[in-house]
Structure formats: structure tokens, C-alpha cells
Design a protein around this ligand. Sequence first.
Ligand SMILES: Nc1nc2c(ncn2[C@@H]2O[C@H](COP(=O)(O)OP(=O)(O)OP(=O)(O)O)[C@@H](O)[C@H]2O)c(=O)[nH]1
Length: 730
Amino acid sequence: MQPQHSPRDGFFAAGLLLLLALFAAGVVGAIRGEVQHASIRIQPLAGKAGAHRGEVLLLPGGAEHEVVARLDFILPPPDPERARWIIWLGRDPLDAIWLQGSDGAGAPWRSIHYDFFHPDAEQPALPAGFTFPLPADWQGPVTLELHARGAVRSALWPRLLRESDALAGARMAVALNAGAYAGLFMLALIVLVLYAVTRERSFVAAFVCAAVGLLLLAAFNGHLFQLPGFSLLAAWRGQAIWALLSLFSASVMQLLLRYASLREGGAPAARWFEGYSVALVLLAATCLLDLPPLRPWMQALAMLGWIGAGFGALVVLGDAVRRRVAMAWPILVLAFLAIGAGLANEAMVRGWLADTLWTRYGYQVAVVVLLATMSLSLFSHIGEYRDQRDRDRLARVDSERRMGREAARNALTLALQARLRNQPTADLEWTAARLLLEHLVPQVPSATAAVVAYGYHGHDLLVVEPVERKQRIADDIAARALALKRMASNGVPMQQPLAHAATEATEALVPLPIRSPGWGLLVLQREGSDGFSTEEIALAGEFARLAALHADEALAAYQLRRSAELDALTGTFNRRSIDQWLSRTFLDASRRQQSLSLLFIDIDHFKSINDRLGHAGGDHCLREVAAALRGALEEGDLLGRYGGEEFVALLPGRAGADAREMGERLRAAVERSVVEYEGRNERITVSIGVATRLERESTPAAAIERADKALYAAKRGGRNCVHVAPAVFT
Ligand SMILES: Nc1nc2c(ncn2[C@@H]2O[C@H](COP(=O)(O)OP(=O)(O)OP(=O)(O)O)[C@@H](O)[C@H]2O)c(=O)[nH]1
């Protein structure tokens, strides 16, 4: 994505213009304030290299040259009130510069000897020029020789000034230099911190640019060689400056590459820039190799390299303006300004423009402002970085949430499977609803969550979380049951503001997949008007579906299990399960030393019933007898069909008289019941044999035999009676 111009650019550009205006005002003031110097006539001495143009003496650069010129000037009479006179020259990269001549008495006089690359220890920090104090007693016409030697192109403008005026000018220059250094230093620091925070590589390029720029400006001004650590660079003399210039050109190209995002676009310009940067680094290395045959060419090559980088920068910036890259046009304007200031400096070095603060240092200020603007425009990269980070974080949060919900879904499924498997049918739906709410509420926070169902698997259900709100919810649901039923039958979840709530609240209604005519809803209520997200409602729907599905499955499994245990005709236990029950209850009772009785109940003359009513009528009678028996038995007693027209009742906790009493009750119940079949009333009786578990009996076989015998005895005893088996039959 391409960064766009933003209102921020406008503010930034306005701020920048303000700064530039302040700077320009300062420079103009400095130039205006410059002291008029007394005129010096310069005359190159015959036989020595060096040209002059008016007041300026030119050193051509490339190979090492030495120029000697005669300086003629008239010194006003000494004034004890005012400072002495000095000859002042700009601080050009000269290997040596000094003045010599003779005083009024003809005695030889020689000035301080300066070497740009090896500054004297006594010189002030950040010296701004070469100052040659003249003896205080000199006056009238003076002739001196100016000796200068160096391999860097320079234009020497000797000026005759009062020392105080020279100091004032020097202070101005120092202020400019210090400002430029501080600016680059701070910039380097800021972009380094930004890199540490964002890990955005563009800031490394900006850091290298600011750091190399700082070294380069300090080298151009000669201040670098004052620093103990860097004084070693003086061994390379001018070559060190050209190496730094080439490195700076390369770092500017790299910064431009990143600023204009050329790499991302895969533009061919990116490859050119990369290649050119490598060439510039190689050029810097060549400068430091200091090969004598190449030495005269290095200045020109480094300058060419710089001009090429400048040209490339203009092309890229022009393109960036077209592509609406952030801050492109203020940077382009600044680049033009920097190039203009650089050309002014070159014109000064060639003697075409006077040596002023502006021509000497203007390009330095422009470069600092340009670099600062370019580096700060990389803030747009921070925006991208921040966006990316936000996107990553959102994605992470989203995936964590999704994983959390997936885990909750699995947990709900597992809990439903585990808890519903052996649940008695009456509790099945309640348990499913409870589990649904328990697992849903942490995922979809709700002040109240409820499962409401009518006619669900044949019964009504209301489970509320938290339980304290059950009554309120029950009243609320009852009050609008009709509307809710309509809503549930639509099958589409919805949410609405809670009309009667004192504070703002929202209610989500998620229909439960319940077979008609039953209906049910998952009701979620939440404080505030924000309501539930689509995702939350979808999750609630899915949880509700899971819970209902598992409840249905558990019910079906329960019914299947029951059908395998029950006798299809009478609904009592079948022979297989009554056998299991017999074994189980006998073992149980023997372990606990509890009473247990066993009743064999046989319908009297069933054959004749069958004969009279037909087989279907017989079946009907069997069902009616089973119902009568079940009605007379008590909770905990078991009834099963042992086969044909014979039933078995198991009475845990009963023995002897108790069991007989129950046998009587059963017999009487059957006798009382009048079975109606096809308009005929049939009277049915049963004979019952009772056997009670003996103390050491843990299996039912013997008791079954006794009960059978007792039944046989009852039959023999005239039927429709109860016979209790003795402990031992004789
Ligand atoms: N309708 C119907 N009849 C059955 C079923 N199972 C057995 N029977 C009949 O039940 C009758 C049992 O007759 P019996 O064992 O001779 O005894 P009873 O006629 O009841 O006479 P007592 O038991 O001596 O009073 C037989 O006629 C069987 O056909 C059944 O599932 N349905």
C-alpha cells in the first residue's frame, strides 16, 4: 500500500517553512552584519602556481599544489582602544598556510603555520577560520607573502579585519556548525531509538545517513581532525573527506530507496540505486587505499558521485511526488535548496562567489534539514508498522478467541456425552440445559442466561443462571409466552432491547431445535445497549444445537435400552432382565443382610380366557393384569413377565408376613379389576406363590423353585389365593 499525503504533511511542511524562514533571517542578518574588511591587493608571485580573480587566490586541487601571493595593504595607525588587526582566511582543507614578510625595521616576520588536518592544540574548539594576528605596532603600507599548500580545490580570500570583528564572525560560524552537528546527532539518536522500538530497517538507513553526514560535515569544517579518535583520519588528508563524501552519497541513496519504498515496487530504479550505492562504497574504499596514481582523480570522482546521487535523488523524489508518497514535495523542495546551496559552495570554492557564511555553510544547514525531513517522513513507516502490529494483535486475539470457543465447544460436547449417558430420563433435559448454560456463559458473558422449553420430550423446563433470577425470569417468560413461542417457531435468533429493564439492557433469543409442538428458547440478557455480536449469537445457537442434539440422542439411547429390558406386550421387565434383576437383588440383599421376597403370579385358567376372547383378547387381559399388579406394587418393587401368563414380583425389604400381605394385595387388585374386552366384562384372578430369601441365599435359584412350588400349591389349593412357601418343602 502506498502512503498517501495526509494533513500531517501540511503541518509538517508549514513547520519546516517556518524553521527555514528563521534560518534565512539569521543568515541574512549574519551576512549583513559582516564587517567590511580593509582591502588587500593580491598579486601571485611569478613562477608559483595559482590564479587569482580580484581579491581571491585559487588553489586548483587534485594534485598537491603550492601557491604564493603578495598581499599589499595599508594598516591604519594603531589604536590602543581597539583590537589589533588580523589577516583572516576561511578554513579550507589546506596542508599548510602561513604568512611571511618583514616588519618596518626590515626584520623578517613569520606568522603562525596552520595545517587543516593537524589543528594546533591551542586552537579553540570548532575553529572557524585561519587567523593571523599582525604585530600591534605595524602601520602604513605592508607587504606580506601568503603561502598555501594543499591538494583540495580552494579559493583563498584573505581579509584584513579587526580581531574583535573576526571573532564575531567566527562565533556565527561556530553557532551554525554546532547547530548542524547537534541536529544530526539528535537525528541519529532519534532514528536509532525508533529502530529499537519498531525494528523498521528504514531507520537504520536514516541513522547511517545522519552519522556519516555528521562525520562528513565535521571533516569539511576541519573539526573532525580535532577529535582524538578521528585525528588518525588526518593521515589520509583530503582522501578521508572524499571517502566520507562517497559513503554519505551511498547512504543518502539507501535512505531514498527506503523512503520512496522503491524496493517494494520492484522498480528498476531500485536496482540502479543499489548498484550505484555499491560503486560509491567502492569509491570510498579506493579513497582510503590512497593509491598515488589515482589520488589526483579522487576529488573529481567523489564530486561526480555526489552529483550523480543528487540527480538520482531528484528523479526519485519527482516520482515520489507523482506517487503521492508522504512528504515528497517538501523533501523535493529541500533537495533543490540543498543542491542550490551546494552549487553556491562550489562557486565559492572556485572563486566565483564571495566566501560568506551562506556560501560556506549554507549547504550544511540545508543537508541537515533535508536529512531530518526525510528521516522524520519515515514516520509513515511507523504508521504502517503500527497498523501491521495492530492487525497481528487482532488476528492473534481473534485466533485465541476462536481457539477458546473451540475448546469450550469440545468441553461442552464431552460433558454432555459423559453426563447424559446414564442420566434417568426425567433429568436428561435439565442436565443438558445446565451444561449448556455453564459452558456458554463464560464465552458469551450474560447477566442472565436461561433455557426455557415447553413440551420438550414431553415436559416443561426452565433452567436459569444465576439461579436467584429464576423467579423473575419465570414470571417474565410466562408474561410473554405467546410472543416467545412465535419467535421460537421462526427458528431465527434475534436480539432486542429489554423494554422493561430499569437500566439499558439487551436480550438475545436463540431458538432451541425442539420438535413441534414443543418449543424452547435460549434467553441471554446483557447490560447495556451494545448487545451481542453475530459471532456470539452464532456460538449460542451452536451450543444450543449441541445440547439439544445430545439430549435427543441420550433419550433415544435410553428408550432403546428400556425396550431391550421391557416386555413389549405388558411394559413390565422381560424374562432376560428379570433374571438379571433376580441375581442382582439376591446378591445385594445377601451382602446387606436384607429381606427379599419373590412372588410368582400366574393367571388362573388363562387357556380358557384365550379360548373365549381369542389370542388378542388374551393379550389384552395380560396387559390389564400387568397394569393392576403395577398399580398395587410399591416403589422399589419390580415386576416382570416370566413367560406366558406368569408374572414375577421382586419385593426388596419384605419377608414372610409382609410378603404375603403384598401377595394378597396383588391378588385382590387383579380380582377387583374388571377387564373389558369387546363389550364383555371378564373377571380374572391370579394364584400367587411367595418365597422369601433365606439367610444364606445369595442366588435366586432355590427361592425360584420354592416360589414355583408355592404357586403350584396355590393352584392346587383352588386358585385365586396366595401360598407362602415354607423354608423347606416336604
Ligand atoms: N393370548 C396369549 N396367550 C398366551 C400367551 N402366552 C401363553 N399363552 C397361553 O396361556 C395358556 C396357558 O395355559 P396353561 O398353562 O394350560 O394354564 P391355564 O389355562 O392358565 O390354567 P392354570 O394355570 O392351571 O390355571 C396357553 O393356552 C397359552 O397359549 C400370550 O402371550 N398371549
